[in-house]
Design a protein around this ligand. Structure first.
Ligand SMILES: CC(=O)CC(=O)C(=O)O
Ligand SMILES: [Mg+2]
Length: 223
């Protein structure tokens, strides 16, 4: 049944955030990771969403907070074990996303064989742009995504460089996790990820289609 809610405010729906990792060869290389044979993915809670006007909070336990700019795919209808051929029919639109990462924590998690929840799923770890309906982006594999910190370009990637295409990701993920209308898939970060400090300003965009800005602040602990 069609929903009466508008996909244009998908971040208010409380649905799944599925993040793909190591989907750009240059980024896998800069992190010292082998190229994946199959898509790698993990989840963020919907409370990780952040909209412009509120700051990204560096978690109290993190001393190396990294930016990762990623193209987001917003699912338009329930998707279970869809073929690659039919996958794009399930896309409702796109958004620009940041997969904010507590890199030092992630390194510790990797060393100890622990899940990445502390590194990837903290509150404010998923800043998102406005929703872009799919009709406005005829080919999502022909986009430039970019990110600046305090006006300096840090990341610039072409979505054509993804290892696994968007239909491949949707098909693969939907055979494991049923995707629902309003779910968001972050398609992985290009190279150039790096640290941000309290007071920094991140600006990121999809070509000249859209841009967004976020300030970085420090999480304060309850006393
Ligand atoms: C190394 C990572 O943190 C994986 C990831 O999120 C990516 O975008 O790649
Ligand atoms: Mg990422």
């Amino acid at each position: 049944m069609a929903s009466s809610r508008s996909l244009a405010r998908f971040w208010e729906w409380g649905k799944n955030i599925v993040c793909v990792g190591r989907n750009y060869a240059e980024h896998a290389k800069e992190m010292g990771n082998a190229l994946p044979a199959e898509p790698l993915f993990f989840l963020k809670p919907s409370s990780a969403y952040l909209r412009e006007g509120s700051p990204i909070l560096r978690p109290y336990y993190c001393s190396d907070l990294h930016h990762e700019v990623e193209l987001g795919v917003v699912i338009g209808k329930r998707t279970q074990a869809v073929s690659q051929e039919a996958a794009m029919e399930h896309v409702g639109g796109y958004a620009l996303c940041l997969d904010m990462t507590a890199r030092d924590t992630q390194k510790e998690c990797k060393k100890k064989g622990l899940p990445w929840t502390l590194a990837k799923a903290f509150s404010t770890s998923c800043p998102v742009s406005e929703f872009v309906p799919k009709e406005k982006i005829p080919d999502p594999h022909k986009l430039k995504i970019w990110l600046k910190v305090n006006g300096q370009l840090r990341q610039e990637g072409e979505t054509s460089s993804m290892i696994f295409s968007i239909p491949h990701l949707i098909s693969y993920i939907s055979e494991i996790v049923t995707l629902e209308e309003g779910d968001l898939i972050l398609t992985g970060s290009p190279s150039g990820v790096g640290s941000v400090q309290e007071g920094d300003e991140i600006e990121a965009g999809i070509g000249d289609i859209l841009s967004m800005r976020f300030k970085v602040a420090q999480q304060t602990r309850r006393s």
